[in-house]
Design a protein around this ligand. Structure first.
Ligand SMILES: *[C@@H]1O[C@H](CO)[C@@H](O)[C@H](O)[C@H]1NC(C)=O
Ligand SMILES: *[C@@H]1O[C@H](CO)[C@@H](O)[C@H](O)[C@H]1NC(C)=O
Ligand SMILES: *[C@@H]1O[C@H](CO)[C@@H](O)[C@H](O)[C@H]1NC(C)=O
Length: 453
């Protein structure tokens, strides 16, 4: 009797403290099974409420109580910009004012450098020299499977060391790209998770793993593009049943991604916004702005969401005097016109309207038969180099989001991920699976680079 009481007393305080932190898990089938016979921590820290997401996941989200106010001494950031602390939902810090690319160097990922080096080894002469120079141009890394996430830790450790050695802090550029039922309106980039098979919980776990890596390197700034094509598909492709079925899951997953990344205080996010030939049609601008804004506000207006990324993996010009004939009279015939048309709608709705624009493969124009053609377009060339000198205050940077040489999709009509766009006459063939190296295409990009390499 006495022994039991002591044991009970010892256990009690633990049980009382069994409370999940803000954004922690507070319910879900697997979670409660893991916790064992007693009910898991289904109560949440002060200022948050346990919110049901799906049968496998409930989460402590800010709100529903008195938010605990914390004050900390402002710390001096690596660029001597003062950081302050806010209690905004989902944020423990406020972002630096202004363009997050400034005052930093961008990390060159060894993975792409190795792809380029292998490609260059098969080339000779000036083509080889030009090809090798591509490895020095900063390019985003796509985290398109959960298995790739540990490599982010390696890059961050490397970037942290480089930043300390040079005295200039580093940026690591990532693309968050692993939604369940990914690429709902096409086939080439179908992903590893499906909604029917626990996809949302798997996605949350993928985000948790990214967060766990980034958290270890607060001195490295991460610039993240969030889920290419996903929200644009929800604007225009809800008549595709896979997109309609994915709608609530995409929204829940993108919300989770931006909230979790926001908490870190060193990740600046840009939501993917398609491109001029997609959401830039006048009829799509307002629906797009409404979707971005409602998602953002429902997520608690995460302060490190900086704006939108456009033209990711696409071929559009940033600004041209002669519209490509495929633009068929759309007044927003290039990315700048699209951005200038979208920004005021976003601003009046309360969405942060800063942009980054992929120009990695936009060096050559007038090469497509239709504006919707996106797969390994023949005759493309590397485009304007990454820079913050965009000439437009709305645009933080031109970036290379798509690593040139990595394939858009297979041209093998028997492959499970074959998409007809990759078999069109303006698509370079034969093409391997999406994401794998496409040597002949890389050589084309090198030779057609504009400005030249
Ligand atoms: C380079 O050439 C070798 C030998 O032909 C081949 O095995 C390898 O796949 C090629 N690499 C690339 C990147 O094309
Ligand atoms: C969806 O609607 C668009 C625009 O009207 C149309 O072009 C497309 O073919 C439709 N797709 C399906 C699967 O119905
Ligand atoms: C095309 O895909 C099918 C199905 O996966 C495969 O059996 C075949 O070998 C592939 N063909 C080529 C040329 O890669």
């Amino acid at each position: 009797m006495f022994v039991s009481l002591v044991a009970l007393v010892a256990i009690l305080p633990v049980f009382v403290n069994a409370q999940s932190p803000v954004y922690g898990q507070c319910g879900g089938k697997r979670f409660q099974a893991l916790v064992g016979c007693s009910a898991g921590p289904t109560t949440c820290a002060a200022g948050s409420t346990c919110t049901y997401s799906n049968p496998y996941y409930s989460q402590c989200l800010p709100g529903g109580g008195t938010t605990k106010t914390t004050t900390t001494t402002p710390v001096t950031g690596p660029t001597s910009t003062p950081h302050t602390t806010s209690t905004a939902p989902g944020g423990s810090q406020t972002p630096d004012a202004g363009n997050p690319f400034l005052g930093h160097n961008i990390y060159l990922t060894p993975f792409y450098a190795a792809e380029v080096a292998a490609a260059a080894a098969n080339l000779t002469g000036t083509t080889q020299t030009k090809a090798l120079s591509v490895a020095k141009i900063p390019t985003f890394t796509w985290f398109d499977t959960v298995a790739k996430v540990p490599s982010l830790g390696t890059y961050l450790a490397d970037a942290s060391a480089q930043g300390k050695a040079s005295g200039t802090p580093m940026i690591v550029e990532i693309i968050v790209y692993d939604l369940p039922d990914r690429d709902c309106a096409a086939a080439a980039s179908n992903g590893e998770f499906s909604i029917a098979n626990n996809g949302q919980a798997n996605y949350f776990n993928y985000i948790d793993q990214l967060v766990a890596q980034i958290k270890q390197y607060p001195d490295v700034r991460v610039i993240a593009i969030i889920e290419p094509d996903s929200l644009a598909n929800l604007v225009t492709n809800l008549n595709v049943s896979k997109c309609a079925n994915a709608q609530t899951t995409y929204l829940a997953c993108v919300t989770y991604a931006i909230q979790q990344l926001n908490k870190l205080g060193n990740v600046y996010s840009y939501l993917d916004a398609g491109h001029a030939g997609w959401l830039g049609w006048p009829a799509n601008l307002s629906p797009a702005a409404q979707l971005f804004t409602s998602l953002y506000k429902n997520a608690g207006s995460p302060s490190f969401v900086r704006g939108l990324a456009t033209n990711v993996a696409n071929y559009n010009s940033f600004s041209t005097n002669s519209p490509d004939p495929i633009t068929q009279g759309n007044a927003n015939y290039d990315e700048l016109h699209y951005i200038n048309a979208l920004a005021p709608v976003l601003q009046s709705a309360g969405f942060p309207s800063h942009f980054i624009v992929d120009q990695g493969r936009s060096g050559v124009q007038n090469i497509r038969q239709q504006w919707g053609d996106w797969c390994n377009v023949k005759g493309a060339g590397f485009g304007t180099r990454p820079t913050t000198n965009t000439g437009v205050s709305l645009v933080d940077a031109f970036v290379w989001a798509k690593p040139g040489g990595e394939c858009d999709g297979t041209s093998n009509t028997s492959a499970a991920r074959y998409d007809y766009h990759c078999g069109l006459s303006d698509a370079d063939q034969p093409a391997p699976e999406a994401g794998t190296w496409f040597q002949e295409y890389f050589v084309t990009l090198v030779n057609n680079a504009n400005p030249p390499l």
